[in-house]
Design a protein around this ligand. Structure first.
Ligand code: ZN
Ligand code: FE
Length: 248
Protein backbone atom coordinates (compact mmCIF):
# COMPACT_ATOMS: atom_id res chain seq x y z
CA UNK A 1 0.00 0.00 0.00
CA UNK A 2 1.49 3.35 -0.96
CA UNK A 3 2.30 5.61 1.98
CA UNK A 4 2.13 9.38 1.96
CA UNK A 5 4.30 11.10 -0.62
CA UNK A 6 7.87 11.10 0.57
CA UNK A 7 9.18 14.56 1.25
CA UNK A 8 12.18 15.57 -0.81
CA UNK A 9 15.29 17.21 0.51
CA UNK A 10 15.70 20.76 -0.72
CA UNK A 11 18.37 20.34 -3.37
CA UNK A 12 20.02 23.52 -4.64
CA UNK A 13 21.59 23.76 -8.10
CA UNK A 14 23.92 26.55 -9.18
CA UNK A 15 23.54 28.39 -12.49
CA UNK A 16 26.48 30.75 -13.08
CA UNK A 17 25.49 33.72 -15.29
CA UNK A 18 26.92 37.09 -16.34
CA UNK A 19 30.38 37.89 -14.95
CA UNK A 20 30.01 36.54 -11.42
CA UNK A 21 26.31 36.02 -10.60
CA UNK A 22 24.87 32.80 -9.22
CA UNK A 23 21.22 32.00 -9.87
CA UNK A 24 19.95 29.18 -7.66
CA UNK A 25 17.45 26.47 -8.54
CA UNK A 26 15.89 25.02 -5.40
CA UNK A 27 14.34 21.63 -6.17
CA UNK A 28 11.54 21.36 -3.61
CA UNK A 29 9.71 18.32 -5.02
CA UNK A 30 10.40 15.82 -7.80
CA UNK A 31 10.28 17.78 -11.07
CA UNK A 32 9.59 21.14 -9.34
CA UNK A 33 11.89 24.01 -8.51
CA UNK A 34 11.99 27.63 -7.43
CA UNK A 35 14.48 30.06 -8.95
CA UNK A 36 16.29 32.54 -6.72
CA UNK A 37 17.37 35.91 -8.17
CA UNK A 38 17.33 35.19 -11.91
CA UNK A 39 19.62 37.80 -13.43
CA UNK A 40 18.73 36.48 -16.88
CA UNK A 41 16.23 33.96 -18.25
CA UNK A 42 17.89 31.92 -21.01
CA UNK A 43 20.45 29.86 -19.08
CA UNK A 44 17.98 29.37 -16.22
CA UNK A 45 15.22 28.01 -18.47
CA UNK A 46 17.75 25.79 -20.23
CA UNK A 47 19.15 24.35 -17.02
CA UNK A 48 15.71 23.69 -15.57
CA UNK A 49 14.75 21.87 -18.79
CA UNK A 50 17.98 19.84 -18.72
CA UNK A 51 17.23 18.79 -15.14
CA UNK A 52 13.59 17.99 -15.95
CA UNK A 53 12.38 20.68 -13.58
CA UNK A 54 9.30 22.86 -13.90
CA UNK A 55 9.86 26.34 -12.47
CA UNK A 56 6.98 27.05 -10.08
CA UNK A 57 8.27 30.16 -8.28
CA UNK A 58 10.78 32.97 -8.48
CA UNK A 59 12.13 34.31 -5.20
CA UNK A 60 13.71 37.78 -5.44
CA UNK A 61 15.86 39.21 -2.64
CA UNK A 62 16.06 42.79 -3.97
CA UNK A 63 15.32 44.95 -7.01
CA UNK A 64 18.75 45.20 -8.67
CA UNK A 65 18.62 44.23 -12.37
CA UNK A 66 21.18 41.43 -11.89
CA UNK A 67 18.62 39.77 -9.56
CA UNK A 68 15.31 40.36 -11.37
CA UNK A 69 16.38 40.67 -15.03
CA UNK A 70 14.98 37.24 -15.95
CA UNK A 71 11.66 37.57 -14.09
CA UNK A 72 9.27 38.42 -16.91
CA UNK A 73 10.69 36.02 -19.49
CA UNK A 74 10.72 33.11 -17.04
CA UNK A 75 7.18 33.93 -15.94
CA UNK A 76 6.02 34.12 -19.59
CA UNK A 77 7.49 30.65 -20.26
CA UNK A 78 6.38 28.93 -17.07
CA UNK A 79 3.50 30.85 -15.46
CA UNK A 80 5.45 30.80 -12.21
CA UNK A 81 4.57 32.87 -9.14
CA UNK A 82 6.96 35.71 -8.32
CA UNK A 83 7.62 36.45 -4.66
CA UNK A 84 9.68 39.47 -3.67
CA UNK A 85 10.37 42.21 -1.12
CA UNK A 86 7.30 44.24 -0.10
CA UNK A 87 9.30 47.43 0.43
CA UNK A 88 10.56 47.26 -3.18
CA UNK A 89 7.48 45.70 -4.77
CA UNK A 90 7.12 48.53 -7.31
CA UNK A 91 10.56 47.67 -8.69
CA UNK A 92 10.13 43.88 -8.93
CA UNK A 93 8.96 42.98 -12.46
CA UNK A 94 5.90 40.71 -12.48
CA UNK A 95 5.63 40.41 -8.69
CA UNK A 96 2.64 38.36 -7.50
CA UNK A 97 3.25 38.26 -3.76
CA UNK A 98 5.07 40.88 -1.69
CA UNK A 99 6.61 39.59 1.55
CA UNK A 100 8.39 41.12 4.51
CA UNK A 101 10.00 40.17 7.80
CA UNK A 102 8.10 37.41 9.58
CA UNK A 103 6.25 36.18 6.49
CA UNK A 104 6.56 32.56 5.42
CA UNK A 105 6.92 31.12 1.95
CA UNK A 106 5.94 27.48 1.50
CA UNK A 107 7.28 25.30 -1.30
CA UNK A 108 5.53 22.01 -0.60
CA UNK A 109 6.95 20.75 2.70
CA UNK A 110 9.74 23.33 2.65
CA UNK A 111 8.98 26.58 4.42
CA UNK A 112 11.13 29.70 4.32
CA UNK A 113 11.07 32.43 6.90
CA UNK A 114 11.42 35.84 5.30
CA UNK A 115 13.99 38.06 7.02
CA UNK A 116 14.20 41.81 6.44
CA UNK A 117 17.87 42.65 5.87
CA UNK A 118 17.68 46.10 4.26
CA UNK A 119 21.13 47.74 3.84
CA UNK A 120 22.51 46.93 0.37
CA UNK A 121 19.08 48.09 -0.83
CA UNK A 122 16.48 49.58 1.49
CA UNK A 123 13.99 46.72 1.19
CA UNK A 124 16.33 43.71 0.79
CA UNK A 125 15.03 40.41 2.17
CA UNK A 126 16.50 36.95 2.72
CA UNK A 127 14.81 33.53 2.59
CA UNK A 128 15.74 31.11 5.37
CA UNK A 129 14.68 27.49 4.93
CA UNK A 130 15.29 26.46 8.53
CA UNK A 131 14.41 22.79 8.02
CA UNK A 132 16.89 22.43 5.17
CA UNK A 133 19.48 24.69 6.82
CA UNK A 134 19.60 26.82 3.66
CA UNK A 135 19.82 30.62 3.45
CA UNK A 136 19.34 32.68 0.29
CA UNK A 137 20.68 36.12 1.15
CA UNK A 138 21.19 37.87 -2.21
CA UNK A 139 23.76 40.65 -1.85
CA UNK A 140 23.73 40.99 1.95
CA UNK A 141 26.25 38.41 3.17
CA UNK A 142 29.06 37.15 0.93
CA UNK A 143 31.88 34.76 1.74
CA UNK A 144 34.21 36.90 3.88
CA UNK A 145 32.33 40.01 2.76
CA UNK A 146 29.05 41.91 2.72
CA UNK A 147 27.10 43.89 0.13
CA UNK A 148 27.86 47.50 -0.67
CA UNK A 149 25.78 50.07 1.17
CA UNK A 150 23.88 51.55 -1.77
CA UNK A 151 20.69 52.50 0.08
CA UNK A 152 21.37 51.74 3.74
CA UNK A 153 23.79 52.63 6.51
CA UNK A 154 26.46 50.73 8.40
CA UNK A 155 23.91 50.45 11.23
CA UNK A 156 21.46 48.78 8.84
CA UNK A 157 24.08 46.28 7.66
CA UNK A 158 25.23 45.59 11.22
CA UNK A 159 21.63 44.78 12.16
CA UNK A 160 21.14 42.64 9.04
CA UNK A 161 24.30 40.61 9.65
CA UNK A 162 23.42 40.24 13.34
CA UNK A 163 20.16 38.58 12.27
CA UNK A 164 21.89 36.27 9.83
CA UNK A 165 24.71 35.29 12.15
CA UNK A 166 22.20 34.25 14.79
CA UNK A 167 20.98 31.42 12.52
CA UNK A 168 22.41 27.92 13.12
CA UNK A 169 26.14 27.84 12.28
CA UNK A 170 25.73 24.82 9.99
CA UNK A 171 23.39 26.86 7.75
CA UNK A 172 24.57 26.84 4.14
CA UNK A 173 24.69 30.31 2.66
CA UNK A 174 23.72 30.77 -1.00
CA UNK A 175 24.68 34.33 -1.89
CA UNK A 176 24.32 35.80 -5.36
CA UNK A 177 27.92 36.53 -6.38
CA UNK A 178 31.33 34.87 -6.59
CA UNK A 179 33.25 37.65 -4.83
CA UNK A 180 35.09 35.32 -2.48
CA UNK A 181 38.70 35.70 -3.57
CA UNK A 182 38.69 39.50 -3.57
CA UNK A 183 36.87 39.47 -0.23
CA UNK A 184 39.48 37.12 1.22
CA UNK A 185 42.31 39.38 0.09
CA UNK A 186 40.67 42.35 1.78
CA UNK A 187 39.84 40.38 4.93
CA UNK A 188 43.52 39.51 5.32
CA UNK A 189 44.38 43.22 5.45
CA UNK A 190 41.94 43.59 8.34
CA UNK A 191 43.05 40.50 10.26
CA UNK A 192 46.52 39.47 9.05
CA UNK A 193 47.00 37.26 12.11
CA UNK A 194 43.78 35.24 11.73
CA UNK A 195 44.89 31.62 11.08
CA UNK A 196 41.43 30.42 10.05
CA UNK A 197 41.27 33.25 7.53
CA UNK A 198 44.73 32.47 6.13
CA UNK A 199 43.73 28.83 5.69
CA UNK A 200 40.47 29.75 4.01
CA UNK A 201 42.24 32.18 1.69
CA UNK A 202 44.54 29.37 0.52
CA UNK A 203 41.63 27.00 0.03
CA UNK A 204 39.68 29.59 -1.92
CA UNK A 205 42.65 30.50 -4.08
CA UNK A 206 43.06 26.83 -4.95
CA UNK A 207 39.38 26.39 -5.73
CA UNK A 208 39.25 29.46 -7.97
CA UNK A 209 42.45 28.36 -9.70
CA UNK A 210 40.68 25.11 -10.59
CA UNK A 211 37.63 27.07 -11.77
CA UNK A 212 35.48 25.85 -8.89
CA UNK A 213 32.73 27.84 -7.14
CA UNK A 214 33.19 28.81 -3.49
CA UNK A 215 29.47 29.23 -2.79
CA UNK A 216 27.68 27.86 -0.79
CA UNK A 217 29.63 28.13 2.43
CA UNK A 218 28.54 27.85 6.05
CA UNK A 219 27.77 30.53 8.61
CA UNK A 220 30.31 28.83 10.88
CA UNK A 221 33.05 29.77 8.40
CA UNK A 222 31.87 33.39 8.44
CA UNK A 223 32.01 33.55 12.23
CA UNK A 224 35.73 32.75 12.00
CA UNK A 225 36.78 34.71 8.93
CA UNK A 226 34.33 37.44 7.81
CA UNK A 227 35.51 40.92 8.95
CA UNK A 228 31.99 42.33 8.61
CA UNK A 229 30.32 39.52 10.56
CA UNK A 230 33.13 39.89 13.12
CA UNK A 231 32.88 43.70 13.44
CA UNK A 232 32.16 44.63 17.06
CA UNK A 233 29.80 47.47 16.21
CA UNK A 234 28.30 49.42 13.35
CA UNK A 235 31.12 51.97 13.39
CA UNK A 236 33.76 49.30 12.90
CA UNK A 237 31.69 47.66 10.18
CA UNK A 238 31.30 51.04 8.45
CA UNK A 239 35.03 51.70 8.57
CA UNK A 240 35.74 48.29 7.03
CA UNK A 241 33.05 48.73 4.38
CA UNK A 242 34.51 52.10 3.33
CA UNK A 243 38.01 50.59 3.16
CA UNK A 244 36.71 47.71 1.03
CA UNK A 245 35.00 50.14 -1.36
CA UNK A 246 38.46 51.51 -2.24
CA UNK A 247 40.34 48.19 -2.08
CA UNK A 248 41.88 46.72 -5.21
ZN1 ZN B 1 22.58 43.97 -5.60
FE1 FE C 1 23.95 41.70 -7.26
Amino acid sequence: MPGPAASTALEVLRVPVLADNYVWLARWAPGRCAVVDPAVAGPVLERAADEGLRITHILNTHWHPDHVGGNLEIKAHTGCTIIGPAREAARIPGIDRAVDDGDRVALGDHVADVLFVGAHTAGHIAFHFAGARVLFCGDTLFAMGCGRLFEGTAEDMFRALAQLKALPPETRVYCAHEYTLSNARFALTVEPGNAALAARFEAVQGARGRGEATVPFTLAEEHLTNPFVRARDAAELGERRRAKDHFR
